[in-house]
Design a protein around this ligand. Structure first.
Ligand code: PLP
Length: 389
């Protein structure tokens, strides 16, 4: 009864999923923002219900109270192979906010940060917001290869940070120990801070084990690891995330850049997060079994469409097919699918707003974190709309 249920409650989604189902015209299936179509784990719902009953909603502590930070330290120590203590945890109102704070803590005007392309737009935005310059490392999207040898050439005397997204959104790659090791070595050689966004690290398939950047030799003193609740637990609307920083000096810089009285975290969200970390892992295991099925189904359907080239994701619940053979830009393809299939997806790149950078051009991103029937309907419609091109 406390396990994962794959029931999709469209009545609830149309009311509460404000960035997808609730804002789109009826009949459109949103495979856009990466958040689940499922209700949160019963243990989380129960914790929120209990806290609401208790009825004390005082100010929270800077970086989250001890209950939350202890739960986070336990979880990270157990699941991420990084020995972590509560004083190394600092909570934020979501990973996006933690990324902004991390960039602001270590970057200033004229500094440079290396980011991969394509990658989630939040990396570029964080670097921009800190007044620093993005230095782009293009990823071979076809071969799913990071240009590790080329990284060295991107480093200048102004380089301060290397931004890592692992598992990678939108490519679905899970970085190997060797790939990460090369990145850590580069950071150590040039005294760079690593912003390691591991928000997707629980969503890995086929028995893979996520390697936490901070667990590698040489990484401990220079890594800011970011973890969240939006992907694993479907709590995006509660706005919660945290950083783990083992170097007291680095953590102090982040605290100074984002003092808790300016960035308070909702205590109700912290209570939900504590329950998620302490009590919801059996639910996550059921969720992962369902996601594995949806991944294989989505991959198989897309692979069989002539003109579509797609990789089977190793992690995350997004696929990033190459649809360039149809001769449309990513944005034009998104418009076509919305019009003809009534399915909303995200463009790999766009002129006005780029979700993943120029390296994403020719691709679209589809999220498969929903029920089988919704997905089947969406993919039937996508297939038919592509056949009309
Ligand atoms: C790589 C990555 N980082 C950060 C975020 C945002 O996390 P949060 O919802 O905790 O702000 C996302 C959400 O899609 C993401 O994919």
């Amino acid at each position: 009864m406390d396990g994962f249920s794959d029931e999709v409650r469209l009545d609830l989604l149309r009311r509460y999923a404000q960035n997808r189902w609730a804002k789109l015209p009826e009949g459109v299936i949103p495979l856009t923002a990466a958040d689940p179509d499922f209700r949160a784990a019963p243990a989380i719902r129960e914790a929120i219900r209990r806290a609401a009953e208790d009825g004390v909603f005082s100010y929270g502590a800077d970086g989250g109270g001890p209950g939350f930070r202890e739960a986070a330290a336990r979880f990270v120590s157990e699941h991420k192979s990084v020995d972590c203590t509560p004083d190394q945890v600092h909570a934020f109102s979501g990973v996006a906010q933690a990324m902004m704070a991390t960039a602001r803590a270590f970057l200033g005007s004229g500094d440079e940060a290396i980011i991969f392309d394509p990658v989630d737009f939040l990396f570029g935005r964080s670097v921009d917001a800190a007044g620093a310059r993005r230095v782009i490392s293009p990823v071979d999207v076809e071969g799913l290869r990071f240009d590790l040898d080329g990284l060295e050439d991107l480093v200048s005397p102004r380089t301060r940070m290397l931004c890592v997204c692992n598992p990678h959104n939108p490519l679905g790659r899970v970085l190997t120990r060797d790939e990460l090791g090369a990145m850590v070595d580069l950071a150590a050689d040039h005294d760079l801070v690593i912003m390691s966004d591991e928000i997707w690290s629980d969503i890995v398939y086929d028995g893979r084990r996520h390697v936490a950047t901070a667990s590698l030799p040489g990484a401990e003193d220079r890594t800011v690891s970011l973890y969240g609740f939006s992907k694993t637990y479907g709590l995006a609307g509660l706005q919660l995330g945290y950083v783990v920083v083992r170097s007291p000096e680095l953590l102090e810089r982040i605290r100074a850049a984002a003092p808790g009285y300016f960035y308070p975290v909702s205590t109700l969200s912290l209570e939900a997060g504590r329950a998620a970390l302490d009590e919801a892992w059996p639910w996550v295991e059921g969720f992962l079994r369902h996601l594995t099925e949806m991944r294989d189904y989505t991959y198989g359907r897309l692979r069989d469409i002539p003109g579509v080239r797609v990789h089977r994701p190793e992690g995350t619940y997004a696929v990033f097919p190459d649809v360039s053979s149809y001769g449309l830009t990513s944005e034009e393809m998104v418009a076509h699918l919305l019009e003809e299939a009534r399915v909303a997806v995200v463009p790999g790149h766009g002129e006005a707003f780029s979700y993943f950078g120029p390296g994403g051009e020719g691709h679209v991103r589809l999220v498969f974190c929903t029920g089988r029937a919704v997905l089947a309907e969406a993919l039937d419609r996508v297939e038919a709309a592509l056949a009309r091109l």
